[in-house]
Ligand binder design. Sequence first.
Ligand code: NAD
Length: 511
Amino acid sequence: MSSLLINQPEYSWLKELGLKEDNEGVYNGTWGGKGEVVTSYCPGNNAPIARVKQATLDEYNETVNKAKEAWKIWADIPAPKRGEIVRQIGDALRKKIKLLGHLESLEMGKILVEGVGEVQEYVDICDYAVGLSRIIGGPILPSERPGHALIEQWNPVGLVGIITAFNFPVAVYGWNNALALICGNVCLWKGAPTTSLTSVAVTKIVAQVFEDNKLPGAICSLTCGGADIGNAIAKDERVDLVSFTGSTNVGKQVALKVQERFGRKLLELGGNNAIIVFEDADLSLVTPSVLFAAVGTAGQRCTTARRLFLHESIHDEIVEKLSKAYAQVRIGDPCAPDTLCGPLHTKQAVEMYLSAVEQAKCEGGTVVCGGKVIDRPGNFVEPTIMTGLAHDAAIVHKETFAPILYVIKFKTEEEAFAWNNEVKQGLSSSIFTKDLGRIFRWLGPKGSDCGLVNVNIPTSGAEIGGAFGGEKHTGGGRESGSDSWKHYMRRSTCTINYSKDLPLAQGIKFQ
Ligand code: NAD
């Protein structure tokens, strides 16, 4: 169909990613897709890009079986050799980084530098995983019994089902994929239906690496689909770990289903992140930090700053500076190199933005800047600052996935820390201060209760070296760096008697 963007000469680069008008959304060594045909739209103008054939439940079942078969081969390969395959995946991604970043911009709507940056995260975690492939493992512990060895052995869990959100259509899969692979697992990915082209393009790059190494492609399988496939993964006893990234609402449904079968889960759910600025802060850091955290990715990061607590003595000054900065944000085509704020992902997201602004007004909020839909093709809204709301207003406690920042005055450190922690979510948090004592109180037991606790930097933009995730309704999962690899393995405590006696632990005599 000629109206698809992929058929227009300026989008011919999509073909370099192996994409066509109609794409198959199932991969398990061979490509397929007999389910619903989903059209991907460009949030920048709502034009159709291309189509993806989703998986049926039969194809899902067949893919799980093939992935389980492939595991028998993959698990036998020594971890450093698996690391070598992951190194090749990283290199293959490097070669396509600009194209893949551009596709993300086109399909998800994030600006070009953020699209490319997201692919860079996948490359970085591949590098990280290559190193890990030579150091993961458990200790040999001292046994209390003579002639005995106490060893901690880590084994892969098996099949990791990876369900991802629309807003990070490459990196979240990458974090899971690279670590799961070096640990000896196989992966089955279901991305968001609205970013299916990105899922297909990434899988084509990864699949080529396995093909070149004469390994089964089902080691990294793909079943595009919606809630039906996600639900099948959650319920499926054959899926040894369900890694779910998405909203708290859906995450809870998935978690309950996985728990019902005593399965393992890794949850990365919604956030409602705050920045607190104290009177002693270096104010030159504050405006650019808040701008990046609240307006970056058009407010569609799980780590987006949605609440800004300002000490009463600097409130008016910062609100004025921020308003000036917001007025200069270049909103427009996410693929244009100088754009800072792209569109929301869908028309429904625009509706949610408008209804949040209305609710905030009803709850006592005043729009300082923004608050309106932009009259142009695509899902564009004005980045918005609202003041005058209570710290515990219902709308302030809700994650609205849009660029709306609620600015609230505070008097004391105690109340600011308490307000940071009073929401259900517990993902990211930042303070701006030069007070050393306050910094350590913030990091300590009565400080921030979030998984990401920052000082003098924004709430968003985490590095891959640290463990990423949050507490409470954010789900408690940790991905990416530090010891997050442990989620993808099962631990066995092994006691080996190499003596000729049978001493029992705790000195028990059983004779
Ligand atoms: P979503 O919950 O609507 O969808 C997430 C995924 O779940 C999609 O793949 C979707 O198809 C699938 N799904 C939908 N219904 C399902 C069901 N019943 N069973 C199984 N799977 C189902 O989320 P979204 O709108 O795509 O993403 C935005 C949300 O994700 C925000 O809340 C954001 O904070 C969160 N998020 C969190 C992190 C994190 O690391 N904490 C990262 C990115 C996004």
